[in-house]
Design a protein around this ligand. Structure first.
Ligand code: SF4
Length: 115
């Protein structure tokens, strides 16, 4: 499952530089699929949605550091454990059980992001 950051976040941004997928952004920061990945131009995501990887998207939060779920692979393919969780001083980063992604799906997502 992708991870998410809850309201315990103090926006210290310690996790931002830990992410191998550039899935974590500072509050109020615009984000794109192309940031830190091999994606560019029109891309079809695993759920069939087509996006412009280079397009800058609105921040998901103006208060907390946030994770773009479609770019988070739970670090599969890079680390044994999610790298961001260990560095968070307030334990604000958690698995999003609602997404129901298994390991195979996360590895496919990693392949999509990085080729
Ligand atoms: Fe990035 Fe890994 Fe944290 Fe997901 S679990 S946001 S891939 S550092």
């Amino acid at each position: 499952m992708a991870l998410f950051i809850n309201e315990d976040c103090i926006a210290c941004d310690a996790c931002v530089s830990e992410c191998p997928n550039t899935a974590i952004y500072s509050p109020d920061e615009e984000w794109s699929y192309a940031d830190g990945t091999n994606l560019s131009g029109e891309v079809t995501l695993l759920d069939g949605t087509t996006v412009d990887a280079d397009e800058m998207n609105e921040a998901l939060s103006d208060e907390f550091t946030f994770i773009v779920a479609n770019k988070c692979t739970e670090c599969k393919g890079f680390n044994d454990e999610p790298a961001c969780v260990d560095v968070c001083p307030t334990d604000a980063i958690h698995v999003n059980e609602d997404l129901g992604e298994d390991e195979d799906t996360l590895l496919k997502k990693k392949e999509l992001l990085h080729g």
